[in-house]
Design a protein around this ligand. Sequence first.
Ligand code: WTA
Length: 571
Amino acid sequence: MDMTKVPARSGSHNVEDLDTLRKGFDWEEIKKNFSWYKTGKVNAAYEAIDRHAEDPAKKDQVALLYSAPDREESVTFEQLRKQSNKTANIFKKYGVQKGDRVFLFMPRSPEFYANFFGILKVGAIAGPLFEAFMEQAVRDRLEDSEATMLITTPELLERVPVDDLPNLKQIVLVGADDVKDDGYINFNQEMEQASDQFEIEWVDLEDGMLIHYTSGSTGKPKGVYHVHNAMIQHYATGKWVIDFKDDDVYWCTADPGWVTGTSYGIFAPWLNGVTNVIRGGRFSPESWYETLDKHNVTIWYTAPTALRKFVSAGEELVKQYDLSSLRHIMSVGEPLNPEVITWGLRVLDLRIHDTWWMTETGAMLIVNLPSMEIRPGSMGRPIPGVDAAIVDNEGNELPPNQMGNLAIKKGWPSMMRTIWKNPGKFESYFINGWYVSGDSAYMDEDGYFWFQGRLDDVINTSGERVGPFEVESKLIEHKAVAEAGVIGKPDPERGEIIKAFITLNPDYETSDELLEDIRQFVKKGLSAHAAPREIEIKDSIPKTRSGKIMRRLLKSWELGLPTGDTSTLEE
Ligand code: WTA
């Protein structure tokens, strides 16, 4: 098998030829698929759910197929419409207004999605948080967003510093049998009483819809702000790239705390009116194969980390399941190893389509379509209506095969509209009309893009973006730690792991117990994925004369690479 090029699969696809579609493409044509194009009434919740619920042919179709070890449930478009009307009525009753931030800190469940759409229906902005977040991570996000309402569970409430958040006025508890404290709103009780009819708050396409917090190399996590207009690209990429057909059963494994879990776990499938599988519970190759088999999943969107685990789980395991319903697999979040693509072809007889995009871009930008030849190791080519290029640091386009900044011409529909309360940061992404991604890449003569690495210190561990600054800040809160520098260390399964270099305060001595205690401290403070897997104790941490930690130098030491220019190193 020639592994440098994988030919398109036969069969009919929504896009038969990317070049033809790109030529003369106009986003105006896509807008005609939305009801607001005719009515002028905009709300993404209406387009994703209510519109299908009002269609006699679609209203009883399963929208949400929930599958967890202890719970199986099917929710039709009509049921999801009514449930989200109820949650919207609850939010309205408790004073939530257009533009307010309402955060969700709860596991994936049918209630999560009813709440999510209820938030949009009252015109508020949703802020989904990872269930794995610990107190500091929750605090940072609620503080910065000035969220007025939080929807959570009695178990997770322990990690919410309720008394320190002056803007947080209401807490809705989902799954509480009995909420005695008057300060909390009992979700189950309210749902029983709420009306299932609701007059949707119509918004402007440029009104806020979502905030996703994500990490950069410096500072606290930043609130990436998305507006309803993003639905245009969610819908279009669903059609072109995911290749949705009416009767698809689609499964996106991403948690809605991550942008993939909203753009492609919520909007793309439901805007396209397909059945969306949502799986609760933990990851294991067995349980994931079982989900694919049991629900006859036709299209699956996941991440390289998971795929690598399937490869290591072996070929005997996969043979125990019937995956014949699958048409293709898609991947995002990290470089997709060519070996994984080969495995897909050989073991599953399926193509795996890489897609590249970011929290900031709101939707896919560089992709592989079913009708496209795959070049393993390449992320693919830009979608119609998007201009991607490799630019130098001044924003000048570079010729093919030259490495540089992967950049996108400003102005695609799902682009973030600002960084919450930090417009200066937002402006800093743009140079000469290009959005500069922070990834380095090159483009070949045929317009395929090849990822090379991150240009900043952001760590990508198992597809999760972790800012070294956040981890360093947490580390030095530990009583034994004086200074800390954190890097991503290459790892065959996780892409990168977090490695911390620390110096100890006087009176502390190295021991395995101490290192484990420090690890647990970060885990309990931030989250499990942010905890360093390796900690090394040093006599000093290299810093510049202005006091910045030289992570690049730490990384060179770790990898045994030349250290380059160290002229700014502190004496
Ligand atoms: C990385 C939201 C290689 C990249 C979807 C990017 C990828 C960062 C790919 C965004 C890919 C994403 N190949 N690297 N196909 N897709 N990345 O915002 O470094 O959590 O800048 O992802 O992930 O991370 P985020």
